[in-house]
Write a protein that binds this ligand. Structure first.
Ligand code: LFR
Length: 474
């Protein structure tokens, strides 16, 4: 059988990449062909993404993928961070700049939601009161610019928008829709009541597509007409979860660590109720509509944003290794950070915000970069442990291990701290989880692999994981 060459476009909030995956003789080989930084920009007190810049990077990456595949690129799939969206007219023209989810403009609305309809909205959608949900973002712009209801014909979440640029088709894919707080938690469709509550026109959305789904050949880029556009799970976290070499018996917790730390599991049922709402369980979806209840916490964003405060920040792998070693040797922090503190969400200066939280609680801030790394890793590990306990309690399942992917899986201090705090072995998988999930879905969409389950079973055999075990408690 001839090889399949698939390009995974994986756009993260702080960096993007295009990875060429080649599937031949039931083996997937990955080659990163393009990596670029990403950041939102502030203008007049608000935060926006540079979509034209991202699209230019996607085009560069695809050209490199095609060259690396000897001109024979089979398909492309796009996944991105969650919640952000493009409002477009019937022809696909942007009618409003694309806001970045860290814009704090929804603060008054989230406060109002918490005082009022939150209980009902959680029961309808299974999504917690994150201030960055698309629901509140849309409610804010529509409140401010009501004519948008007439100007825009469609709301495309970012992966949907890139799929449109590539294929000319406007579709909404289910995994990315599920982070909007507008989907009905019991159906694979929109919640009319939630849409009405936030004042969002139902006609802006199409019935969510299950993924993988073929959208047809590339139309928007000359020279790529032979390449198929596959709608993969558009939400990067859904792709990361899809890549997990999961035990079919369900004994695995998944942890995707990058800018965010996302801990959860896969389930045929949502996890709902009073306690789930209070503990902020987010019932997001896999591409096939099944649930991936998870808890999210700020993640390595805390570290990424602290680094600029230090001249000694690492610039290469060896530098990172030295920093992690120094952090491991640093004294254990006396007090951990509350990583759910909204003051850490988008502060002008992260180090100052961390120090302020510690000082408020009468604890002394670290003085060195290794000290901050140690503090951040230990605080994230505690949050992972809380999550693990909550999931065991609310699902009644006994989890045996944590499968970890993403940047944090390369951080031995974070992995070991997570094993200690949870009491569970952490299997740190050295794979580009999001890209692998994206590619796996393309292969299923192309018919090269029968199912995700088959991909996982096959793929899992070949994976090497570094296992971090908790020390026996005395
Ligand atoms: C991770 C992620 C998370 C989502 C956050 C904001 O990249 O997609 O799943 O909660 O970004 O969109």
């Amino acid at each position: 059988m001839k090889p399949f060459h698939c390009a995974a476009v994986d756009l993260g909030a702080t960096s993007g990449r295009v990875i060429l995956g080649t599937w031949a003789r039931r083996r997937l080989t990955l080659r990163e062909v393009h990596r670029f930084p990403n950041a939102f920009h502030s203008l007049g007190g608000h935060d926006y993404w540079d979509l034209a810049g991202l699209w230019a990077e996607v085009r560069t990456g695809l050209a490199r993928a095609r060259d690396a595949a000897g001109g024979k690129l089979t398909s492309v799939g796009v996944c991105t961070w969650g919640v952000d969206y493009a409002l477009v007219d019937r022809t696909g023209r942007l009618v409003f700049p694309v806001h970045a989810y860290r814009d704090t403009r929804t603060a008054p609305l989230v406060a109002r939601l918490r005082r009022g309809a939150y209980r009902r909205i959680y029961a309808l959608t299974g999504l917690p009161d994150y201030p960055y949900n698309s629901s509140l973002q849309l409610q804010e712009v529509l409140g401010r610019f009501p004519t948008l209801t007439r100007l825009a014909a469609r709301c495309l979440f970012l992966p949907d928008y890139f799929n449109f640029l590539l294929s000319g088709r406007m579709e909404n894919e289910i995994s990315i829709c599920s982070h909007s707080q507008l989907l009905d938690v019991h159906k694979d469709n929109w919640s009319r009541a939630a849409l009405a509550h936030f004042g969002v026109p139902a006609r802006w959305f199409s019935r969510p597509l299950h993924s993988p789904a073929r959208l047809g050949p590339v139309r928007g880029l000359p020279g790529f007409e032979q390449v198929q556009v596959i709608a993969v799970p558009g939400h990067d976290t859904a792709c990361a979860f899809a890549a997990m070499p999961a035990d079919p018996a369900g004994g695995d917790l998944y942890l995707s660590t990058g800018t965010w730390s996302l801990l959860g599991c896969e389930s045929d049922r949502p996890v709902l109720g009073e306690e789930a709402r209070e503990l902020k369980i987010s019932n997001e979806r896999m591409g096939d509509g099944r649930y991936r209840p998870l808890r999210s916490c700020l993640g390595l964003w805390l570290l990424e944003q602290t680094l600029p405060a230090f001249r000694t920040r690492p610039h290469d792998r060896a530098g990172w290794r030295r920093l992690i070693a120094a952090a491991t040797a640093a004294p254990a922090p006396r007090m951990l950070l509350d990583v759910s503190d909204s003051a850490l969400f988008n502060p002008p200066d992260m180090r100052t915000a961390i120090d302020a939280q510690l000082l408020r609680r009468e604890s002394r801030p670290p003085r060195t970069l290794p000290g901050y790394v140690r503090l951040i890793c230990a605080s994230l590990a505690r949050s992972h442990a809380e999550g693990a306990r909550i999931f065991s309690r609310l699902t009644g399942r006994r989890f045996r291990r944590i499968l970890m992917v993403g940047g944090g899986a390369k951080n031995a201090l974070l992995c070991q701290a997570t094993a200690e705090a949870t009491g569970l072995p952490v299997h740190a998988l050295q794979l580009e989880g999001t890209a692998v999930g994206n590619l796996a879905n393309q292969l299923v969409g192309l018919g090269a692999v029968p199912s995700l389950r088959a991909f996982r079973a096959d793929f899992a055999q070949r994976l090497t994981a570094t296992i971090y075990r908790p020390h026996p408690r005395s």
